[in-house]
Design a protein around this ligand. Structure first.
Ligand code: GDP
Length: 411
């Protein structure tokens, strides 16, 4: 095994041609063509988008702003910022980063990221263009998942668009707008598709998918509840159906309900369970106050509210969104830095390498791989190698969550 790795490595050494001052230069510092601090990384563009939706005055912007401030405070070296006034990238909290950095004496750690978009302005009638509805629906179409903020706090000073606070009614208003917008789209596509069926331009699977979707949406149910085969889903993926996107309900409560929730939260939970969706209880207002506090102040503030230490709503929300998107993390770790990378579950090693740089995917040879737990229990990469825990994986290897990887590639 060893001679083969040496040979492969010799190939990469002679053949790598990367843009000036890029990956090759940095990685030679640690003696390997390693996926590390590349200035041309695709990390930012990889960030998957989660749209924050909900009726007006439910706390979306308060939550969004807290998310942005929190991530800037938590990750000083994180190369992100608010991209547009309503879009920002947040660091995904990950305690494994500092453990790996300690083992490999990394100079810095770089977390992976998720992008959030504050989609304001959805109101009843949005699917018919009310309140700039179409524009906002188009914003949701570009998202990979949805955080639906639901007002579960009563405050006479904060006007509710419908005159009273009713979590379930609010959920239905938003959900129905998404369903109606999807119905119009599916209907339009189905009309065209049925004409194209004879000429073979539309596949029968697409037609059957559209028919099933039409029936589900017609009952007012979200597209995600349609029982379609993988092939059928693939046929309708380009429609970007709003109600097919995975959803997390963020039940926004007042500070005194943060620990134990309230009756409205229970209603939201029941509703979410019936849809197979998850719920995160947050207090947007508390979160916006927490971001200005240091760790000790934060712990005592949360303790006063009866919330377990370390469990901020924002962290829970980011983690849930990450899970919802079926994402997982792998790491690269060396002296320069320890970095977390986001991939979709099921990706093979070359695809994972491609997240760092497309050249890594094209020229992929092998990936030296060790499980995070094995590396930690061994105490060092050297010890892990000696114990036979570092594997040389090839093109077919399906990357596991928390793998620590080093790519050999040839361009
Ligand atoms: P959006 O329209 O959904 O983006 O709502 P905003 O985030 O702008 O919030 C509307 C109003 O509700 C603001 O005055 C917030 O300060 C207030 N608000 C947001 N979250 C909470 C909360 O958890 N409790 C209370 N009492 N007020 C909140």
């Amino acid at each position: 095994m060893m001679p083969m790795i040496t040979t492969l490595f010799a190939v990469t050494r002679s053949a790598v041609r990367l843009p000036s001052g890029s990956v090759s230069a940095q990685c030679s510092a640690v003696g390997l063509r390693q996926a590390c601090a590349a200035p041309r990384t695709r990390q930012m563009s990889m960030a998957l988008k989660t749209g924050i939706v909900g009726l007006p005055n439910v706390g979306k912007s308060t939550l969004f702003n807290a998310l942005m401030q929190e991530s800037q405070a938590q990750a000083a070296n994180f190369p992100f910022c608010t991209i547009e006034p309503n879009t920002g990238v947040v660091a995904v909290p990950d305690p494994k980063l500092s453990v790996l950095a300690e083992i490999n004496s990394s100079e810095k750690t770089v977390p992976t990221s998720l992008s959030f978009v504050d989609i304001a302005g959805l109101v009843a009638g949005a699917s018919k263009g009310e309140g700039l509805g179409n524009q906002f629906l188009a914003n949701i179409r570009e998202c990979d998942a949805i955080v639906h903020v639901v007002r579960c706090f009563d405050d006479p000073n904060i006007i509710h668009v419908s005159g009273s606070v009713d979590a379930l009614r609010d959920i239905e208003v938003i959900s129905l707008e998404l369903v109606l917008a999807d119905f119009a789209q599916v209907e339009k596509r189905a009309q065209k598709a049925s004409k194209e069926l004879k000429s073979g331009k539309t596949k029968p699977e697409e037609m059957s998918a559209l028919e099933t979707l039409q029936a589900v949406l017609d009952e007012g149910r979200p597209a995600r509840q349609a029982e379609l085969s993988d092939v059928e889903w693939e046929c309708v993926r380009s429609l970007g159906l709003l109600s097919a996107k995975p959803v997390i309900y963020a039940a926004n409560v007042m500070d005194s309900d943060l620990a134990d929730g309230n009756a409205m939260v229970e209603e939201v939970r029941k509703h979410a369970a019936s849809e197979g969706a998850s719920v995160v209880v947050v207090s947007a207002q508390v979160e916006s106050e927490l971001v200005d506090l240091d760790d000790d102040e934060r712990a005592s503030f949360l303790e006063e509210l009866g919330v377990a230490k370390g469990e901020t709503g924002l962290e829970k929300l980011i983690e849930q969104a990450y899970n919802l998107l079926e994402l997982q993390t792998y790491y690269t770790s060396g002296e320069t830095e320890t970095k977390a990378w986001t991939i979709r579950r099921g990706m093979v090693a070359p695809q994972a390498a491609g997240v760092i740089h497309s050249d890594f995917e094209k020229g992929f040879i092998r990936a030296e791989t060790v499980a995070y737990d094995d590396l930690v229990s061994s105490g060092s990469m050297k010890a892990a190698k000696e114990a036979g825990l570092v594997r040389s994986e090839g093109k077919e290897y399906v990357v596991k969550d928390s793998d620590v990887m080093l790519f050999r590639f040839n361009v």
